[in-house]
Each structure stands twice: as C-alpha cells, then as structure tokens.
Ligand binder design. Structure first.
Ligand code: G6P
Length: 610
C-alpha cells in the first residue's frame, strides 16, 4: 500500500526519492508525488498513475533539492486524483506524506476549518498538514509541532514532514504503521520500507510505536511517546539488491515462482542444521511457550490465511493438537471465547498487515500470551509484538500475488507441526528422520514441478478467454485449490471459485457446462478415489477438466480430461509441490490476457489499512 521515502543530504535528493518510490511500487499504489525544499520554497510534483510519470514531470520542472519527501498513494479517503495525491501542504509552507488512516479526521477538519484553514483534498492526510502548521503558529518548532499534532491524531500513521521555516530538518512520526530511519554519511533518510533506501544505506533504525524522529544531515534524534530522547538499536539490513531487481525475468511474480527451491532450502536450513525439530527454532524460550499448549489458533489474511488452512490438516493429524484458523479481520471484531493455553499463530509475509496485527493485539488483550509470528520481514511489527517468531527466508517478495512467501510459510508451519508433535511425544525418531528427509527432498520436487511450466503454459491459453473457473481439491489439497483460485482471480481477473470436491454436488455443479474449466488437484493420497468420483460428476455434465495429478495417481486422459503429472507423490508435503502448477497457471493466464501481473488493479502488497 502507500509508501514513504524522505532524504536530507548534501547532494540532490530528487533521484534518491524517485528511486525509492520506484522500489516501493510493488506495494500497490495509484498516484505518486514528491515535495522538496528548494531555495527556501516548498516545491511539489504529483501525478496519478506511475512514478515514472511523476518523475518526468519533476524533470520537466527542473526540480533539484537537498531535502525532500516522496509518497506512493493507494486511495482510501477520496478518489484517485492529483489533488488527493501526497504530499499535502499547508499554506505552501509545510509538506506532509502519510501512510495509514486518521480516524478522527472529520472532527479535526471541522476544528481546523474554524481556525481558518481551507482544504484542497478529500484526504485525512491534509488534516495532519494543517494541524502541524497550526502548532507551528503557536510558536512550536517543527519537532514540537509534530509531537503536539501526534497527540491529537487517532488512528494509524507513519508521517514525514518538512517545513520551509526549518530547511535543514525533516521530522517523522510513527503510530501503528512502519517507519524507519536510514543512516548515511552526512545524509539521512526516512522510509516506510527498507527497500526504498537500501540503495543509499543499509544502516537502519526501526522506529517504535509513538516515536518521533528529528533528522538533519548530521544526526538523528529519536523521542518516545512521552517525548523523552531514546536510543534505538541500529540494524544492518540484509535485504539484497538482487531480490529487488528483475534480472532475466519478465515479471517479479515469475522470478519469485522460480526462486522457490532456493527460498525453501533457505527456510529449512536451520531445521536441517539442527538435524531435527527443536523448539529453539522458534525462539530462546519456545519450549516453555509451546510445551503445554492445548490448542492452536491461527490468524491471517489472504494467501497467508490459506497457508494456515493447510497447516490445520497437519497440526491435527500429526501433532494431535486442535487447531482453528480464522481470517484476522473477522476474529478481531468477534466475541471470542479465549483459552490462554492456546497458541496464537499469526502468519504474515509482510509482518505489517493491519488486520492481522490488530487481531494479535485483541488476542493478547484476551489473555493470550503464547504467541508466534510466522513472517518474512525481519523486525516488522507483527513479529516484534509476538513472543516467538519463525522467519521464512523467502527474500523480498515484490509481486503483489504471493508465491514464494506462501510455500515458505507452509514449510515453517510444517516445522511447527513436527515440533509440537515431538514435544507431545507423538513423533518417533524414525518418523522425525523421515520428515527431515522429506524436507531435504522438497526443493528438488519443487524444481521438478517448475519444469512443468511449458505444459501449464499450453493450458493457460485455453483459460485466457474464459470468464470463470472452478478449482477443486480435497483434504489438505483443498486450501491449495483455494490458493489457486485466488491467484487466478488476482492477476488474470478471471472469476474463480474453489470448493472441496465433495461439496460439488451441493451447489457448484450447477455452474458446470462446456464453458466452465474445472481445475482439479488430485494427488495420490487417501482421498484420490473420492476425487476421481467427483471428476466423473463433472464429466457427466460436459465439463472440461484440467487435472494436476502426481505420477502415482494413474489418471486416464480423454478429450474432456487433461492431465499434467506433477512429481512422484511426496507424502505430507504434497500441498507445497501442488502450489507450483496453480501459480504457473495463474501467471500464464494473466500473461495471455495482458494484465499487469506484478501490480494487479486495485490490489496492494501490504494492506496497512482496514
Ligand atoms: C494482500 C496481498 C496478499 C497477501 C495478503 C496478506 O492481500 O496482496 O498477497 O496474502 O495481503 O498479507 P501478509 O503480508 O499479511 O501475508
């Protein structure tokens, strides 16, 4: 979603801001803008559409400066217009960029109007600009004005502010949305995401809730919510520039699909190094937290939720622990009967999805102190709010449609399952060794599935003209059908639904005709014969089926039944291997339809608003 970058330097920062905004494009946005202090004046350029259009406009206007802020906006309050794009200014003196939502913006707007401020946009952000300006008018310097304004703002925000009254300074504030400082030599930076500044510096400070920060070229001072000067640890970011570059691929999604063998190998590295499923994989005090749990409650959104649904099958079957999985945005507003002996597991690629964060906070308020975050972004908000953490090591995921984050989440969840099983005395040594071996083989099996790409591509051409598609799976492969349908609709805009195959005749069968492609995930597991019967039900109604079956499934092909054979059955890890062909199908169908694969319309990578 929205992204922030700011820079103060002895050189022209406009290229730094533009480069930073380009690196934030992956988050999803619909307009972009920068504001700089040039010769004592605030100069601003904003455009709807791509950062490149805004960049061209900035070039045409000859904008150069040593201090500036930039933003990519994903519309929430007010439509996609230039007037609503950030930065927002007050009296041409002060400019603000903002991520998040100001909940009391209506009340503040009325108050500020009464004080004589006029509004040019429909955004909640403009309220911040005027509020800070108002506090400056009361005699505060920029830092004190931002701190005073922050006290009056309710909601979630990360902001960066510059003012022509203090041209050697940039101020930031964070509450509920990520904001970090980049430390350079004689130059400093602000960003909502490390990828925006990694080209300039790897030394970063993650701000905490309620922090404000004062940046000059020479130094950075951080203040906590009470206004006290504090020291925050400096980290060296290991985000690799290579993971932010496209390399030989056409799209980040394609690149990330192909990175899965490596991402999985990296994620299981610690398990293999330990030669077993030890609680310490989840944190130093994990044994105490995981030892006596009575159940698992998984909370997540989107693709991460489907990872959770898959894990439920493993956790109940292998560890013998009751497990529920719930969409975070539902859980957080529900009256929940909490059992503090249940482990709350949040799954989030970004670690900053607002609903997942709020669901975690709600769970903690109900007495859940056994919390585990499965996350791909070190030091992001959700792992920092959790007692335990398992970092997937997928590397930066840029494509909006999650791929390598999903399969590495599954690996992490399988590791959790085996660890819980072992702690409960349900994992015999021989079985543990067998599962470890399965994990070791997994990158190879995933690579084998990737090699099916040319066959999947042929299928995708038949999908491209369709309006609808149905995905079927059973048992642990049902969530993979859900994920396949989600991928297809996200990036190709073909309407797709997934059903447990046994549910077919309770409704979706009515949709089946010669125009409805039916994708079936049918590995050789205990439910294979049931799936085969379900397939007959589709066949009898003239439906055309596209079956992903492993080599052991023994499916016959016919005019109506097309089969792609995935690798030999890989046992419990089969859902991970079967994720690959459905990702490829969505990718190639989208390519054939000519959609913007990495930046599908209306969607964002990190959903930091409700
Ligand atoms: C958005 C993204 C999805 C992602 C979901 C949850 O909808 O487009 O790809 O699965 O958010 O994000 P998270 O970062 O919490 O896993």
């Amino acid at each position: 979603m929205c992204g922030i970058v700011g820079a103060i330097a002895g050189r022209d920062v406009v290229p730094v801001l533009v480069e930073g905004l380009k690196r934030l494009e992956y988050r999803g946005y619909d307009s972009a803008g920068i504001a700089v202090l040039d010769d004592g004046q605030v100069r601003r350029v904003r455009r709807t559409g791509r950062v490149a259009e805004m960049e061209a406009a900035a070039q045409a206007e000859g904008i150069h400066a040593q201090l500036g802020i930039g933003h990519t906006r994903w519309a929430t309050h007010g439509g996609v217009t230039e007037a609503n794009a950030h930065p927002h200014v007050s009296f041409g003196e002060l400019a603000v960029v903002h991520n998040g939502i100001i909940e009391n913006h209506d009340a503040q707007r009325d108050r500020l109007k009464a004080l004589g401020y006029t509004f040019e946009s429909q955004t909640d952000t403009e309220v911040i600009a005027h509020l800070v300006h108002h506090h400056q008018q009361q005699g505060h310097d920029l830092l004190a004005a931002v701190q005073a304004a922050a006290k009056e703002l309710h909601g979630a925000y990360a902001i960066a502010v510059v003012s022509k009254r203090e041209p050697g300074r940039m101020v930031g504030a964070r509450m509920g949305c990520p904001l970090l400082v980049g430390l350079g030599e004689g130059e400093n930076f602000l960003a909502s995401d490390v990828s925006a500044i990694v080209q300039a510096t790897r030394r970063v400070i993650f701000l905490e809730e309620g922090d404000t920060v004062d940046l000059t070229r020479e130094g950075v001072r951080v203040f906590d919510a009470s206004g006290a000067l504090v020291t925050r640890d400096e980290h060296l970011s290991d985000v690799s520039l290579a993971s932010l570059e496209l390399g030989p691929y056409r799209h980040f999604m394609q690149k990330e699909i192909h990175e899965q063998p490596r991402a999985i190998a990296d994620t299981i590295e610690q398990v293999i190094a330990n030669n077993g499923f030890v609680p310490q994989l989840f944190g130093a005090n994990a044994e105490a937290v995981l030892g006596d749990i009575e159940g698992v409650q998984i909370l997540a959104c989107g693709t991460s939720y489907y990872a959770g649904l898959t894990a439920r099958y493993w956790i109940e079957a292998i560890a013998g622990v009751p497990c529920s999985v719930e969409i975070a945005s539902e859980y957080r507003y529900r009256t929940v009967v909490a059992n503090p002996k249940h482990l709350v597991v949040t799954i989030s690629q970004s670690g900053e999805t607002l609903d997942t964060m709020e669901a975690l906070k709600y769970a903690k308020s109900l007495g859940h102190d056994k919390t585990l975050s499965i996350c791909n972004v070190p030091e992001s908000a959700i792992p920092r709010a959790s007692a335990l953490v398992y970092y997937t090591r997928a590397g930066a995921e840029i494509g909006v449609a999650s791929t390598k984050a999903f399969t590495t989440q599954l690996v992490a969840l399988f590791t959790l399952t085996c660890t819980l099983a072992k702690l409960r005395g349900r994992l015999a040594q021989a079985q543990e060794a067998a599962y470890l071996d399965d994990l070791r083989q997994l990158p190879g099996s995933v690579q084998h599935a990737l090699n099916l790409e040319p066959q999947v591509q042929v299928w995708s051409e038949r999908f491209a003209p369709k309006q609808h598609a149905l995905f079927l799976g059973r048992g642990v492969h049902y969530p993979i059908a859900l994920e396949g349908a989600l991928k297809l609709k996200e990036i190709s805009y073909i309407h797709a639904e997934a059903y447990p195959a046994g549910e077919l005749k309770h409704g979706p069968l009515a949709l089946v005709d010669t125009e409805m492609p039916v994708v079936v995930i049918a590995p050789n597991d205990s439910l294979l014969e049931k799936v085969k019967s379900n397939i007959q039900e589709v066949r009898a109604r003239g439906g055309e089926m596209f079956v992903f079956a492993d080599l052991d499934s023994h499916f016959g092909e016919s005019e109506q039944v097309h089969v792609i054979r995935t690798p030999r059955h890989v046992g419990v890890l089969s859902p991970i291997v079967h994720s690959i062909p459905v990702q490829l199908l969505a990718y190639h169908a989208a390519l054939a339809r000519g959609t913007d694969v990495d930046k599908p319309r209306n969607l964002a990578k990190s959903v930091t608003v409700e």
